[in-house]
Design a protein around this ligand. Sequence first.
Ligand SMILES: *[C@@H]1O[C@H](CO)[C@@H](O)[C@H](O)[C@H]1NC(C)=O
Ligand SMILES: *[C@@H]1O[C@H](CO)[C@@H](O)[C@H](O)[C@H]1NC(C)=O
Ligand SMILES: *[C@@H]1O[C@H](CO)[C@@H](O)[C@H](O)[C@H]1NC(C)=O
Length: 280
Amino acid sequence: MHSPFSQCGKAFQGITMSEYSYFTREFIWSALFMVGLSITWGVSWTLAYKPVIIVHGLLDDPDNYATLAAFINQTYPGTKVIIVDAFNNNNSLQPMWKQVKGFREKMLPIMRSAQDGVNLICCSQGGLICRAILSTTEAHNVQTFISLAAPQMGQFGGDPKHQARYRQNNDFLAVLNNETNNPLADEWKHNFLQIQKLILIGGPDDEVISPWQSSFFSFYDTRGRVVDITQQEVYVQDSFGLQSLDRRNGLVVCTVPGVKHREWVHSKRAFDECIAKFLF
Ligand SMILES: *[C@@H]1O[C@H](CO)[C@@H](O)[C@H](O)[C@H]1NC(C)=O
Ligand SMILES: *[C@@H]1O[C@H](CO)[C@@H](O)[C@H](O)[C@H]1NC(C)=O
Ligand SMILES: *[C@@H]1O[C@H](CO)[C@@H](O)[C@H](O)[C@H]1NC(C)=O
């Protein structure tokens, strides 16, 4: 007797009772097998998604990140997305090192419970906080660090209200960049280089980050021209790991035009082009 499955469309014609039960039995077993298989696949796919930790920016709070969390959930269903609830709104004006400590305390338990590591998306000022956490945290398990419209080389001018803030950020960056002869610079570089990839996202219509290429570690020279990342001291000296990361293809620059600073976390285009593929 041939298997009913060899003649799919004709299997029911002139079928005998014993053939019918054979068919039913085999069908049920196959169906159960397929269900089992898809559950197994489903589970392993879900486990393959690393948790995503989101760190917000200046005068910002977790509520602003619902769209981004939804984009992640749509693309990789079941991904654990944690928007760190700390230093919200006015509290984001507190000293940077204090925030680094506070955010780290909230992030460490998430990292510890993630066997395969975590991915970070850090927006604007959050990008500087995340960079500092990566440098100063031994044995973190961040795989991909996505720096979304963050003034990684500091900020020129901008909203006068925030100018003192930017100056403070620049002092903070000087330590991170080893411009202050930081005795821990080697250790911090080693820690930073535990990441696999750094994704730098920015664009010419940002209107807050100035120059907008600061999102890519580029900045003005003394004559006011924007100088590329590869000619910056931090890159040339490899003072915190940027050049090392680039040499092992761990540095990605992603430019998206037409996105204003406040719109980055709501931009589907930025998500599709610069974020989605790096979360897997
Ligand atoms: C993720 O999407 C599913 C359906 O697409 C929805 O049921 C679920 O609530 C979403 N989870 C989050 C955290 O948004
Ligand atoms: C905090 O934010 C509120 C608006 O949410 C503002 O009115 C207030 O002046 C701010 N306080 C400080 C100390 O910045
Ligand atoms: C940090 O700066 C000091 C002084 O310039 C230098 O000796 C040291 O090698 C630097 N460390 C790194 C990691 O670049």
